[in-house]
Ligand binder design. Structure first.
Ligand code: 13P
Length: 252
């Protein structure tokens, strides 16, 4: 049985005081989620990681939005895994479509980061998803399969079992145009079949999230699908009210 997971991706939003306010206000809803056996977390910007860790209940998962695979060195503007671990961060998002588009992050680069995170006992959340053109050309599955096979290349089944996958069709991100639950399930079911081919039975324990215009009023639809284990949420994870709505939808 895979535990449900809600992860809020704050992207480049919130100042430190705003992050602190969220962290101080989320205690009851985190407790409610934990009581219902659900994992909940947020991915703040690097500068907001410390205030969230300091002021939120320890059960709230706190993820970074990126990391560099080298432990230290001449990599201006980068943050390393030991730096994240030193402040208590154990999770990290990788390969988000915005980073692929604006920062040239490739599946090969994600593969190096995923291996480095796993070696450090951290949990990678690896994002995949196709553009509108690819979707309309009917090539979603082969596109996403390539991202999965490259991003998770050379992992053992034991390592793969620790990874979280997020399927986020680019055309559904921030557009209000979410994929139907059938489309999301169809692609996520396919991703699980690829994982089964790569890692055997471990595929049954890998959590796969849907992301793309998930809101409090549609999250339950996705959760009703057998292969969808949770959601990676952008806009609707930013306010306490909306975040509470997402948790309630997940529990329903
Ligand atoms: P939205 O929920 O704002 O569409 O963003 C989805 C996303 O990119 C989460 O990583």
């Amino acid at each position: 049985m895979r535990k449900k997971l809600l992860l809020g991706n704050w992207k480049m939003n919130k100042t430190r005081p705003e992050a602190k306010e969220f962290a101080q206000g989320c205690g009851e809803m985190v407790e409610y989620a934990v009581k219902h056996g659900i994992d909940v977390g947020v991915a703040p910007t690097f500068v907001c990681l410390c205030p969230v860790i300091k002021h939120a209940p320890k059960e709230l998962i706190v993820a970074a939005q990126n990391v560099n695979e080298h432990p230290s060195g001449a990599y201006t503007g980068e943050i390393s895994i030991p730096m994240l671990q030193e402040i208590g961060v154990e999770w990290c998002i990788l390969g988000h479509s915005e980073r692929r588009e604006y920062n040239g992050e490739t599946s090969e680069a994600c593969n190096l980061k995923i291996k480095a995170l796993l070696a450090a006992n951290m949990i990678p959340v690896y994002c995949c998803g196709e553009s509108l053109a690819t979707f309309e050309a009917g090539k979603t599955k082969e596109f996403v399969e390539e991202q999965i096979r490259t991003g998770l290349k050379d992992l053992t089944a034991e390592e793969a079992a620790k990874v979280v996958i997020a399927y986020e069709p680019i055309w559904a991100i921030g557009t209000g145009k979410s994929a139907t639950k059938e489309i999301a399930e169809d692609t996520i079911g396919y991703i699980r079949s690829v994982l089964r081919d790569m890692f055997g039975e471990a595929a049954e324990t890998i959590r796969i999230l849907y992301g793309g215009s998930v809101k409090p009023n549609n999250i339950a639809e996705y959760m009703s699908q057998p292969d969808i284990d949770g959601a990676l949420v952008g806009g609707a994870s930013l306010t306490l009210d909306s975040y509470r709505g997402l948790i309630e939808g997940l529990v329903a």
